[in-house]
Design a protein around this ligand. Sequence first.
Ligand SMILES: Nc1ncnc2c1ncn2[C@@H]1O[C@H](COP(=O)(O)OP(=O)(O)OP(=O)(O)O)[C@@H](O)[C@H]1O
Ligand SMILES: [Mg+2]
Length: 262
Amino acid sequence: MLAVKDVSITIRESKKEIVRNISFDVPDGTVIGLIGESGSGKSMTSKCIMGLLNKRIIGQQGSIQWNGLELLDKRNAKAAKNILGNEICMILQNPMTAFSPVLKIATQLEMGFTLKGRLARQYFYTQLDVLLKKLSLNDTKKILNSYPHELSGGMLQRIMIAITLLKRPELIIADEITTAVDAATEYQILYELENIKKNGVSMIVVTHDFGVAARLCDNVAVMKDGRILEYGRTRMVLSNPQNEYTKTLVSSCILFEGARAC
Ligand SMILES: Nc1ncnc2c1ncn2[C@@H]1O[C@H](COP(=O)(O)OP(=O)(O)OP(=O)(O)O)[C@@H](O)[C@H]1O
Ligand SMILES: [Mg+2]
């Protein structure tokens, strides 16, 4: 289980607090949604969990525990390094920045996975092919031989999703992963995530789309200006929001009818 407690994130130089005292748990097998407008602190919260923030520039207070291990404690840095990227994986919001521009996709995969022996390699590429096809990327060979700039943002996003799934993490942080794709592909990505959820994998789904939250999330945290304004069962928050801001957000959401059907 992931337990986020009283986490604040501050830009050291300006002393600007961009996440303020947020707390939420992700029990095993559950999906939590972080929902809120642009700039509300969703990605910063996710990156903080993944240890991706530059500590010299950005201060982080509070506690983030993974199965009881404090990830923010410097003394646990070695253990945290093994957990982050393996047991906990993040699919980044901007796929263009996740790949090196000068290496082909295949080369980057070879660097990211330890594939010992012909059979392991064969198994890996078969699994990758299956996953990519499920995500409507049908020409695996061509994709593997491409440089990132030869592929669209939506394609890179789906490659990143497939790579993440191949790592078989226990917790996936998915940051706006359906933003760069068309409606049909979004449907397939959500369908895949639903399957993963059925297999007991926990997720933090970052989105500004109530339809996505309604479909995937057990609980949602509504964020604004770095704070969690409302937290609860997705069905309750969407059908009977308590906070004034959430009420406005829900009533202005064109997907509300779909959301209510969850
Ligand atoms: N490296 C940084 N230095 C200073 N401020 C930053 C940095 N990165 C993000 N911020 C600020 O932190 C706040 C939260 O940003 P964040 O990226 O978490 O928002 P978000 O909720 O993910 O938004 P979006 O929906 O647009 O992705 C914003 O005000 C942003 O300007
Ligand atoms: Mg973001």
